[in-house]
Design a protein around this ligand. Structure first.
Ligand code: DP6
Length: 364
């Protein structure tokens, strides 16, 4: 194998049925399944370059230009170890694959947006790392994408969903070793072509409670989480899949907003409580609720209302993502900008494709 370096990029995904809680903190196995939309990489992405070289003495990692101690990053160590083990088993089975067990790698990764501000940076970051190293080890195209998503999951749970484009479910699985806790594409990015995401940045400061610590505290202290896991999410996943298959925006919007509300309710039910939303976030909820109320009518008994124009969702930070159909984007943006003239900045994003290969360079 010639010495080469590869560059890949990976997209952000924003969940409409949220992952919050682990049943296994070492393997990053979730307490419930989740479902997200992958955003286009035109705007938000992580880019990773990996070079693997027999001359390198140690694995090294630079994140956003700053060298990190790879050995102290347990998740990173796990991902690299699993990728190398996979390469070794493929090598053992195929004598055409050169033995590169002793080759070390240098990895450079960067986000083109603020890190850890609730804009899903760990999702795109670990998806790009996993995919980039897999490409450098020449295994990415030899194993199913679902298996790569399993490895990205060891880096950050939500990262497994960024290995796919469009609408993506992460099935929680039941195996103790986590082999069936993988992502799956529900529909590709062209399926619902007029769906757009508006990202309203209320603050790009680093969040106070990182997701990992926050969700464990929720698992330990929230009774509401137990009811969410058991009584709400399984049915909601089915309803969300059906809404996406039928391109039923009313059902999609109502489920998305309810799930965001419940995720933040579960955070408040944590003790001590966690609040990711701020006054601007709550004002966005109020605005979107009032705006929708101008157009919605009662739907069929037990079903969603009819006529929604915008659906909000918030992750572990104050920034809103609105899922809006293209015909209403200009109107929604005009209203948001009229009500929040200064503090929010908005970005328009489209549905996007999976983690992708950018290029390969041979190194002399
Ligand atoms: C609120 O994937 O960042 O964005 O697995 O501990 O790395 P770790 O957590 P992370 O949590 C994401 C939580 C969320 C909801 C979601 O994306 O589903």
């Amino acid at each position: 194998m010639s010495v080469h370096q590869v560059t890949v990029s990976a997209p952000v995904n924003i969940a409409v049925v949220k992952y919050w809680g682990k049943r296994d903190t070492a393997l990053l196995l979730p307490t419930n399944s989740s479902l997200s939309l992958t955003l286009s990489q035109d705007d938000l992405r992580s880019t990773t370059t990996v070079r693997i070289d027999p001359k390198f003495e140690a694995d090294r990692l630079w994140l956003n230009g700053k060298e990190e101690d790879v050995t102290s990053n347990k998740r990173m160590v796990n991902v690299v170890r699993e990728l190398r083990a996979l390469r070794k088993s493929l090598q053992d089975a195929d004598s055409a694959l050169p033995v590169i067990d002793s080759w070390r790698m240098h990895v450079c990764s960067e986000n083109n947006f603020p890190t850890a501000a609730g804009l899903a940076s760990s999702a795109s970051g670990f998806a790009a790392l996993t995919f980039g190293i897999a490409q450098a080890l020449d295994i990415a195209e030899r194993i199913p994408r679902a298996q790569l998503s399993r490895l990205a999951r060891l880096g950050s749970g939500s990262a497994c969903r960024s290995l796919f484009g469009g609408f993506v479910a992460w099935n929680m699985g039941s195996a103790a070793d986590g082999n069936d806790s993988v992502a799956e594409q529900v529909a590709d990015e062209s399926h619902w072509a007029d769906m757009e995401a508006l990202i309203l940045v209320a603050s790009d400061a680093r969040k106070d409670t990182p997701s990992t610590a926050g969700m464990q505290l929720t698992v330990e202290t929230s009774a509401l989480l137990q009811s969410r896991i058991k009584d709400v999410v399984p049915k909601r996943m089915e309803e969300m899949r059906a809404a996406i298959a039928a391109k039923d925006y009313d059902a999609f919007a109502e489920l998305t907003m309810k799930d965001s509300n419940q995720f933040h309710a579960v955070c408040l039910d944590t003790f001590p409580p966690i609040s990711y939303m701020n006054d601007v976030s709550r004002a966005v909820v109020h605005l979107i609720t009032s705006y929708n109320a101008l157009f919605t009518q009662p739907g069929a008994a037990g079903g969603p209302k009819k006529g929604y124009r915008a659906a909000y969702t918030f992750d572990a930070g104050p920034n809103a993502v609105l899922y809006v159909r293209r015909e209403h984007v200009a109107e929604v943006l005009a209203i948001v900008n009229a009500v929040f003239p200064v503090p929010t900045t908005d970005r328009e994003a489209y549905l996007g494709r999976a983690a992708q290969y950018v290029g390969k360079e041979d190194v002399a």
